[in-house]
Design a protein around this ligand. Structure first.
Ligand SMILES: [Zn+2]
Length: 249
């Protein structure tokens, strides 16, 4: 929309700039695209490499605020991938990274998708839209309804790679509503629900208000994110469909 001056949806300032939905560094880490450099749709390929973005949602200052949280998350996920390379399946802590710093990052990604165009995979957060925005852009305490679970999807012994990323997809786990996201080789289940999860991993290993970051190392093959990417990697279809769009329900 050239020539159209939008106000930043967070602070109201103009102008707005290009904001990447999936953080750029994390989109690039998804090596999966490289194997598919030959494609019938060259435009779509380059599109995928740089990731989807919105032009009219954030000013430079607000985008860079998200950017610094995204860097913290990208670094933490890199550390986890490296450490998890030699770890067996189980639950662990990443020292020196708070749960809330990663949770604010997750809220930022979800909020961006809630104000994205339909075409880019807009999600409906309802009353949580403003709550997630405030968690991401201000220093308010994270309310108990908002939490997340972090899983390193490992494909086999000494795997430290990123095989794909995936935009947020609505889901329900352990009795609570939320979204599943795949970035930086990590599967994230982000909950926003007043219900307390019924036992299980969410109750045990969720990241909210934790001084060190809890995560679990799990088998990638047990997740649809891995199965879908493996299936697509073996077909001729454009990978960008998987990478950039929400699964059609
Ligand atoms: Zn702003």
């Amino acid at each position: 929309m050239e020539g159209f001056l939008s106000n930043c949806l967070v602070c109201g300032n103009t102008p707005t700039i290009k904001s990447h939905l999936i953080p750029r560094a994390m989109a690039r880490e998804a090596q999966v695209g490289k194997a598919h450099a030959v494609t019938r749709e060259p435009d779509r390929f380059s599109y995928t490499q740089s990731g989807l973005y919105e032009q009219n949602i954030l000013c430079a200052a607000c985008d860079s605020k998200l950017g610094s949280m995204e860097n913290v998350a990208a670094q933490a996920f890199r550390k986890i991938r490296k450490t998890a390379k030699t770890l067996s399946f189980g639950e662990y802590l990443l020292n020196g990274v708070t749960g809330d710093s990663i949770l604010r990052f997750v809220c930022g990604v979800l909020w961006k998708y809630s104000v994205a165009s339909q075409e880019n995979g807009r999600i409906e957060l309802g009353r949580y839209k403003d709550i997630l925005r405030d968690v991401a852009f201000s220093s308010i305490n994270v309310p108990p309804e908002v939490d997340a679970l972090l899983l390193r999807l490992k494909r086999g012994q000494s795997d430290d790679e990123v095989f794909a990323y995936r935009a947020p997809k609505p889901d329900r786990k352990e009795g609570v509503n939320g979204y599943r996201i795949l970035v930086g080789g990590m599967f994230i289940f982000a909950k926003h629900d007043r219900q307390t999860p019924r036992g299980g991993a969410l109750a045990r290993a969720s990241i909210r208000s934790k001084p060190d970051l809890p995560y679990a190392v799990v088998r990638a093959q047990d997740f649809e994110e891995y199965r879908l990417s493996a299936k697509l990697a073996n077909s001729d279809g454009p990978l960008s469909k998987f990478l950039d769009q929400q699964e059609k329900q």
